[in-house]
Design a protein around this ligand. Structure first.
Ligand SMILES: Cc1cc2nc3c(=O)[nH]c(=O)nc-3n(C[C@H](O)[C@H](O)[C@H](O)COP(=O)(O)OP(=O)(O)OC[C@H]3O[C@@H](n4cnc5c(N)ncnc54)[C@H](O)[C@@H]3O)c2cc1C
Length: 539
């Protein structure tokens, strides 16, 4: 293997695997894909419910922890991020959601030409192999397997009916014409197995002689020659190594890793870099700023009857039976994604489009990834789709091995606080609906005594958690402050792009995996186009 490649892609996550595949597809362009984690050999990665075993596990998760947050009554949160081939798509909840048409039209309004909905829809379709077949919104020729959930329970149907009673329509395709509605999620899975970005995009491509997938390669920094990104310095098995890029270096290390690597490499807020003794290559004040996330307020209700998964899996024999069901049929509780039912609703009917999303589960636990409660209960978690609160990612050391400081700043604007209050009230109305009320024995979370706005907001601050969607820390834009231009090139240097969830100018109204894969699909075309035009210019 040569130490020089046409492209060096940093991070084999949702975005990086797409790029590795698309850029090496011609069979001649050499691509190195660098991943700090290992191969995706842990069998739990491929079992849908396996995220219970892979999040908070240092073999597959970076195990980030945020700073204490005043918006959460001084709590800090665990922020899992995948550290393995496939990145976070190997440990995520498998839910396939694209967001709303208006999200992408808004990106274009902000100056990101080519990112409006009509322009990105073909990339969602190109990525997808939709088990329901092809239509105006869905593709069938892509590598990403998208399929219906087989795991359903009667109480999920009742939740759907309860939400519909409040005016949210039934909608079995939130990724089609209109997102608003309630129904069962589709999953990035096929025949009961997870379809991570690594499974989708690397399985076939890995045998190409021009694609070099290098695992356990911890990127320490990017090296510049006269303002051009030319080298990637890595540590592998304790040894330093340097790889060179003839065409471009592409940073796909995610919304935490990408701003961190830019900052340690000298691209970021000048004062921050200097405070760590880092030479400033480009003073780019917004690298690591604009951090957004979806914050979920998890309401837990005890049910009168043993109709929940807590009951189905309450003893070792039942768990063993679930294991056998999965092995024989790839069905049952182990085939289950992180949530079963969605609802995209409007806290006020006067709102133009959904502003909250539900993730409903026929089970409960103290927190995601922990053991089920020993009593019958359900969880209806609700998040605001377009939070205004913004946080930051700042390095704490020039050494990329040291985790950066993550400041989410949750619930720091009036709109976010008001939406949190209204969404708790909305949840209570669902539980009081005709379809749900006979199920409910008791509200456990939030505290049923919380009634006033102040009390409800205090509950939200005490119980809310991340739903794992950090974005926007290397935002693209047409303005001078933007970290990237709309072709995802890093402003202030050459030969370097960022392609991952960090590029979103604003977070999308939904889960972030499918949008990140779309971003990488489009970025691959931009990179290839730019290379061809450079070659044309030389000829
Ligand atoms: C627990 C969890 C549940 C989620 N559930 C869902 C869901 O159900 N549906 C959904 O749509 N979204 C979900 N998400 C979010 C979604 O998975 C992410 O938004 C998406 O995967 C982000 O992709 P990315 O390419 O930006 O980053 P990642 O997929 O995180 O990839 C970044 C890669 O870069 C590597 N890397 C980072 N730093 C370095 C370095 N210094 N050197 C080398 N490599 C490095 C990482 O190890 C990783 O492999 C979830 C996320 C998590 C963590």
């Amino acid at each position: 293997m040569s130490d020089y490649f046409d492209y060096v892609v940093i991070g084999a996550g949702s975005a990086g695997c797409v790029l590795a595949n698309r850029l090496s597809a011609d069979g001649t362009t050499s691509v190195a894909l660098l991943e700090a984690g290992g191969r995706d050999w842990n069998p739990w990665i491929h079992v849908p419910v396996g995220y219970f075993k892979t999040i908070h596990n240092p073999n597959t998760d970076w195990c980030y922890v945020t700073e204490t947050d005043p918006g959460l009554n001084g709590r800090s949160l665990k922020w899992p991020r995948g550290k393995v081939l496939g990145g976070s798509s190997s440990i995520n909840g498998l839910l396939y959601v694209r967001g709303q048409r208006q999200d992408y039209d808004r990106w274009a309004e902000l100056g990101c030409s080519g990112w409006d909905y009509n322009s990105v829809l073909p990339y969602f379709k190109r990525a997808e192999n939709q088990s329901r077949g092809e239509d105006d919104y869905h593709g069938v020729d892509g590598p990403l397997q998208v399929s219906d959930m087989s795991f359903k329970r009667p109480i999920c149907d009742d939740f759907i009916r309860g939400v519909a009673e409040l005016g949210t329509p039934m909608n079995d395709d939130i990724n089609g014409e209109n997102q608003e509605g309630v129904g069962y999620f589709q999953l990035t899975a096929s025949k009961g197995r997870r379809c991570s970005s690594a499974v989708a995009y690397l399985k076939q491509a890995r045998s190409r002689p021009n694609l070099h997938i290098i695992t356990h390669a911890m990127v320490k920094k990017i090296g510049f020659t006269d303002g051009r990104a030319t080298q990637v310095h890595i540590e592998r098995q304790g040894k330093p190594m340097t790889l060179g890029a003839r065409e471009e270096i592409i940073l796909s290390a995610g919304a935490i890793g990408s701003p961190q690597i830019l900052q340690v490499s000298g691209v970021g807020p000048g004062a921050l870099l200097q405070s760590h003794g880092i030479e400033v290559v480009a003073d780019s004040p917004e690298v690591g700023e604009n951090l957004q996330d979806h914050l979920q307020i998890r309401a837990v209700y005890k049910t009168r009857k043993p109709v929940t998964l807590n009951d189905e899996l309450s003893n070792p024999l039942q768990k063993a039976r679930a294991g056998i069901e999965y092995i024989l049929n790839r069905s049952g509780p182990l085939s289950m994604a992180a949530s079963q039912v969605y609802a995209f609703s409007r806290t006020r009917l006067s709102n133009e489009r959904p502003d909250i999303q539900y993730h409903f589960q026929p089970l409960s636990a103290d927190s995601p990834g922990e053991g089920l409660h020993p009593f019958s209960a359900i969880t209806a978690s609700v998040c605001q789709l377009r939070p205004e609160s913004r946080g930051s990612i700042h390095i704490t050391s020039p050494d990329a091995n040291q985790h950066p400081s993550i400041v989410p700043n949750y619930l720091s604007t009036d709109l976010d606080c008001q939406t949190a209050i209204e969404s708790v009230r909305f949840t209570r109305r669902i539980m009081e609906s005709n379809a749900m009320k006979d199920h409910i024995a008791e509200e456990l979370l939030p505290d049923p005594k919380a009634i006033t706005d102040d009390e409800l907001l205090d509950q939200a601050r005490s119980i809310a958690n991340t739903i794992y969607h950090p974005t926007s820390t290397c935002r693209m834009g047409a303005d001078k402050q933007a970290v990237l231009d709309p072709r995802l090139r890093v402003n202030g240097v050459t030969g370097l792009r960022v392609v991952d969830a960090s590029i979103m100018p604003e977070i999308v109204s939904g889960n972030t995996n499918a949008p990140t894969i779309m971003i990488a699909e489009r970025a691959a075309d931009l990179i290839i186009e730019d290379r061809k035009s450079r070659q044309g210019a030389v000829a």
